[in-house]
Design a binder for this molecule. Structure first.
Ligand SMILES: [Zn+2]
Length: 344
């Protein structure tokens, strides 16, 4: 078999688990995660006689390890559930080369964070970086007060942020910039599907994302909390629905066809959180969402300007799952998107 970067990510992760020397274990772990974002298949680099050290997190020792696998490939590479169903950048680029219409259609990013909550760059830096992608809109989705660990905003700080968003929009418009920031929020949902903000504060917003951040390691079926969340009239988009994290957290279980049908009925969109380590929903569940006829929202969940580039992962997942382009919020014009949000 020709080993893909996905196979290599898995082999490197497995080798890290077996490695006892801490510095080697760290190098293997770093290379494993980096393999998810190598821009080309390592196998094709090797076939061209290029050095694998061109790739992020690959030094001479990792290169020798990988070369050993190329020479003598294992019979099969089967990731455990914790690392299953993640796209690599090489796969993403191949999918978008086949479906360029998805890349061409994107007009905005619908989840990013700033220093108003746990992002690492101020609002204007994130806005400037997003403008470089040629977007028409970006949703500023900082956390709400129920998530103090992420510096979540209460109603008063949200009001301050909105003043700042409006000012930034004014400055960008005056500068001839087409980007418009949407007043948005990643509202924390209780395990019962309830929001944590005063309803009057939500009335100021263009778009409200709702997301679970607690009791994420339970293994029992969570269908009830999902049904409550997608039927919660305050929530327009259910963000990172499964709450999984690559190699760290499996995410929640539910009767997905039932949840997604309820979302379609309520008109609540499901998110593709395109963050490298989340990819949530993934292609397999997106196919279920497609069958239910759900709206889909794509957000990078960027906490740093560099992370805005992960949009490609979300676009590729949508393309591979065959999500109709007219069900993707990021492909609407800003006016259509605002109109959609008012309706839901
Ligand atoms: Zn979140």
């Amino acid at each position: 078999m020709t080993l893909s970067n996905g196979n290599l990510a898995e082999l490197l992760a497995g080798a890290a688990d077996d490695e006892e020397a801490p510095h080697r274990q760290r190098a293997l772990r770093r290379a494993s995660r980096a393999a998810l974002q190598w821009p080309e298949e390592a196998a094709s680099l090797a076939a061209q006689g290029r050095s694998l050290t061109e790739l992020q997190a690959v030094g001479p020792w990792i290169e020798r390890t990988v070369a050993g696998w190329f020479e003598d490939p294992p019979d099969d590479v089967d990731p455990p559930p914790l690392r299953r169903g993640f796209l690599t950048l090489a796969e993403v680029r191949a999918a978008l080369a086949e479906h360029p219409e998805y890349r061409d259609a994107v007009r905005g990013d619908l989840q990013m964070h700033t220093t108003y909550s746990d992002g690492r760059a101020p609002l204007r830096v994130m806005a400037e970086s997003a403008a470089a992608y040629g977007y028409e809109f970006v949703a500023v989705t900082d956390h709400s007060k129920g998530l103090p660990i992420a510096n979540g905003m209460d109603e008063a700080r949200l009001a301050q942020q909105i003043v700042d968003i409006d000012a930034a929009n004014g400055e960008m418009e005056a500068g001839g910039e087409q980007l418009h920031l949407l007043r948005s929020l990643e509202m924390n949902l209780s395990p019962e599907g309830e929001g944590d903000m005063e309803p009057e504060a939500l009335a100021w917003l263009d778009l409200v994302l709702g997301a679970f951040h607690s009791k994420l390691r339970v293994t029992e079926d969570q269908t009830e909390r999902y049904l409550a969340a997608v039927r919660n009239p305050q929530v327009s988009v259910l963000a990172h629905p499964r709450c999984r994290m690559w190699n760290r957290r499996l995410g929640l279980q539910a009767d997905w066809p039932r949840v997604f049908e309820a979302a379609a009925e309520a008109g609540t969109a499901l998110e593709i959180d395109a963050h490298l380590s989340r990819q949530d929903l993934n292609v397999e569940l997106l196919e279920v969402a497609r069958e239910a006829g759900c709206w889909i929202s794509i957000g990078t969940d960027a906490h740093h300007p560099d992370e805005l580039r992960w949009m490609e992962y979300g676009l590729a997942a949508a393309a591979l799952a065959g999500i109709p382009r007219d069900r993707i919020l990021n492909f609407l014009s800003r006016e259509e998107l605002l109109e959609w949000a008012r309706r839901t």
